[in-house]
Design a protein around this ligand. Structure first.
Ligand SMILES: [Fe+2]
Length: 268
């Protein structure tokens, strides 16, 4: 299986890089189908029991977050497909960007932080569903309540790189992502992440809402500010897969208990 790596130019902003056709159509559709099947299984279970009961009944390796309509990548229960996904990323422009941002050829995928996401058109929201507000993926595991002074935690913002891949067309008629295109190197506190605060801090032309085809990827550092981009006129749902990578030599302490899968080298 081959993927084209240089057919389209990469679009590079300061804080996020979009790599078109990061995945082949085959892997994109296979992963979407596997996700769709699992979402349908969960939806069928919620017909006869509460969402809490469904979550409690899943296999130990399966996680489902009802409010975010997200499931862990392990929930699709297909390790071969995960390996193929990582190999395609590794061999294409997304893999190049991930290594470049991490400053290492030896990178690991944090499988415990690998998620299938679904965002709904507003008129199709399930009960309790909510889009993601402004956040930084590098804040993962940071205890905002315990740490009043972020300067006390030298590991505040994790040295991670996120690879976010659209499994369906998104950004126009289906929810996508919105970014602040400027690099942010500091961990922002919850009160700095409100829409009002972000809009006050950054100029109007700082915001970027990419339009993506299935298989396109966004690559960004842990400090990059982003949220779900959803507006009322959208009519269709979006499914995506989100992977977090770290350099092998620089696994942050907050993630040290996670299960990591090496990303193959680009020439493998
Ligand atoms: Fe995120």
């Amino acid at each position: 299986m081959t993927i084209s790596t240089h057919v389209y130019p990469e679009k590079s902003l300061e804080a996020v890089v979009i790599t078109p056709k990061a995945l082949s159509l085959c892997v994109t559709e296979t992963l979407y189908s596997a996700a769709q099947e699992t979402y349908q299984d969960i939806a069928a279970m919620t017909q006869t029991q509460s969402v809490d009961a469904v979550v409690a009944s899943l296999l130990p390796a399966q996680k489902y977050l009802p409010h975010a309509s997200s499931m862990n990548l392990g929930a699709i229960n297909n390790r071969a497909l995960v390996e193929t996904l990582l190999a395609e990323i590794a061999g294409g422009p997304a893999g190049y960007q991930i290594r470049k941002m991490l400053g290492s050829n030896q990178v690991l995928c944090d499988f415990d932080q690998a998620w299938i996401r679904r965002q709904y058109a507003p008129h199709l929201y399930p009960t309790n569903h909510a889009p993601h507000g402004w956040h930084q993926d590098g804040a993962l595991g940071f205890d905002f309540l315990a740490t009043n002074n972020k300067q006390l935690d030298p590991e505040g913002l994790l040295p991670t790189v996120t690879c976010w891949i659209a499994l369906t067309k998104c950004g126009v008629d289906a929810p996508g992502l919105e970014f602040v295109s400027q690099t942010v190197d500091a961990l922002l506190l919850p009160e700095e992440l409100t829409s009002h605060s972000i809009n006050s801090r950054f100029s109007v032309d700082s915001f970027y809402t990419p339009q993506m085809d299935a298989g396109d990827a966004l690559i960004f550092q842990g400090g990059t500010l982003h949220r779900t981009h959803v507006v009322k006129i959208m009519q269709t749902n979006r499914t995506s897969v989100e992977l977090r990578f770290v350099a092998k030599h620089n696994i942050p302490q907050r993630l040290s208990g996670d299960y990591f899968i090496p990303m193959p080298n680009g020439n493998e």
